[in-house]
Design a protein around this ligand. Structure first.
Ligand code: PLP
Ligand code: MN
Length: 382
């Protein structure tokens, strides 16, 4: 991994606008405000918060979330769990089901080495595999059990078991397995997070909430009341916090927000006020064209599943963005005067999670000062 070429700018006034680009910029004042905002929201609602690190993959940001009162940190891959555990982050919950003996073994090894980690499952094979990995070998019986949650499919149709009967069967299998403990359920409604309109998202949560309620009752009736009921993303956090069904939320994107979330969810009057904190800085590299200038931030520098990057800092008012190939972007002037070659323009990222995974370093700024450079420890960690 190449070091950032920007280290000598740390601490220099105006360094933010002289960064070598393209690079990832984190506005720490905004990120800290977002972390405090979600923490206060959860606290006021009397619900736990285990923020998802799939977006930031960063020990420093996870540490700040824990310092703000989070119960723990969610991760999407075993590799992210390993990376954050190595950085001293505890209370980890792996929210993706794991398949394959080798990876189940890595997860069990992490748990057996004393790291505080829980995981989710949606199939008895994973329960059997994890039980074997937790109890085999010379150290058999030496560690605390690995706590597992049953992953529910509440409508996204991606992972999870579909109904209360299957959930109960799996919960029983966990409770009966050596080396494992049943901890509760996960019910993340990913399909609802980006629906425009609070009323529309509320309506779309009715079915997931009814299923969660049914599963809770079914499990409790069988003596397996779920201690943890986790779910909620940034788009539904205000709704889920008041639903009376969850014990904790696993919101992730709120630390940064992105163009995708800002467009549909965070502009609503009732929205919790999160501020954009994550940008890709790119430089104007060519100015020969009519109506736009060319920057050095193209398809390799932004996730491209969402809307276009939004030009912000140092961009002319009203500017737009169009991709112009692998290495280049077109900053659309919309009648404004073209910025000079070398101008460092920051664009809000279209979709935060897959954009962060394109970078090795956060360039952490406060105001116009580059204050630190942090590694993205979980980048590419599978
Ligand atoms: N939980 C799971 C399982 C997810 O996949 C995600 C994001 O995709 C989150 C939580 C966080 O949601 P958001 O980024 O919308 O806050
Ligand atoms: Mn996402």
């Amino acid at each position: 991994m190449q070091d950032s070429p920007n280290r000598d700018l740390i601490g220099q006034p105006g360094g933010r606008d002289r960064l070598q680009t393209p690079c990832l910029v984190l506005d720490l004042d905004a990120a800290e405000a977002n972390i405090a905002c979600m923490a206060a929201h959860a606290q006021a609602a009397g619900i736990g918060l285990r923020p998802h690190a799939k977006a930031h993959k960063s020990v420093a940001l996870a540490r700040r979330q824990l310092d703000a009162g989070a119960t723990g940190i969610c991760v999407a891959t075993v590799g992210e769990a390993e990376a954050l555990a190595a950085g001293g982050i505890g209370g980890l919950l792996l929210t993706s089901p794991v398949a394959g003996t080798a990876k189940l073994r890595r997860l069990a090894e992490l748990a057996r080495s004393g790291h505080a980690v829980m995981a989710t499952v949606d199939h008895p094979d994973a329960v059997a595999g994890l039980s074997a990995a937790m109890t085999g070998g010379a150290m058999a019986g030496a560690s605390a059990p690995l706590t597992l949650l049953v992953d529910m499919d509440v409508g996204q149709h991606r992972t999870g078991v579909p109904d209360a009967d299957t959930a109960l069967d799996l919960a029983r299998a966990i409770a009966d397995a050596a080396g494992l403990a049943f901890g509760g359920i996960q019910a993340y409604a990913g399909h609802v997070q980006h629906i425009a309109g609070l009323a529309e998202r509320r309506a779309a949560m009715e079915r997931p909430w009814a299923l969660i309620q049914a599963v809770r009752q079914r499990l409790a009736g069988a003596g397996l009341a779920p201690a943890i009921v986790t779910g909620a993303g940034t788009g539904t956090h205000a709704l889920d916090a008041g639903a009376g069904l969850f014990t904790e939320m696993q919101t992730g994107s709120y630390v940064f927000t992105d163009v995708q979330y800002d467009a549909v969810v965070l502009r609503e009057a009732a929205a919790t006020p999160f501020r954009p904190s994550l940008f890709v800085a790119c430089s104007v590299v060519s100015t020969h064209q009519e109506g736009f200038v060319t920057t050095d931030g193209g398809l390799k520098r932004f996730a491209t599943d969402g809307p276009a990057p939004r030009p912000m800092r140092n961009a002319p008012a009203g500017a737009g963005f169009r991709f112009s190939g692998d290495e280049f972007g077109a900053l659309l002037l919309n009648g404004a005067r073209p910025p000079a070659r070398g101008t460092v323009i920051e664009c809000q990222v279209p979709h935060c999670d897959p954009t962060v995974d394109l970078y090795d370093w956060y360039h952490v700024v406060r105001g116009d000062v580059l204050v630190e450079i942090w590694p993205v420890e979980g980048r590419g960690a599978i």
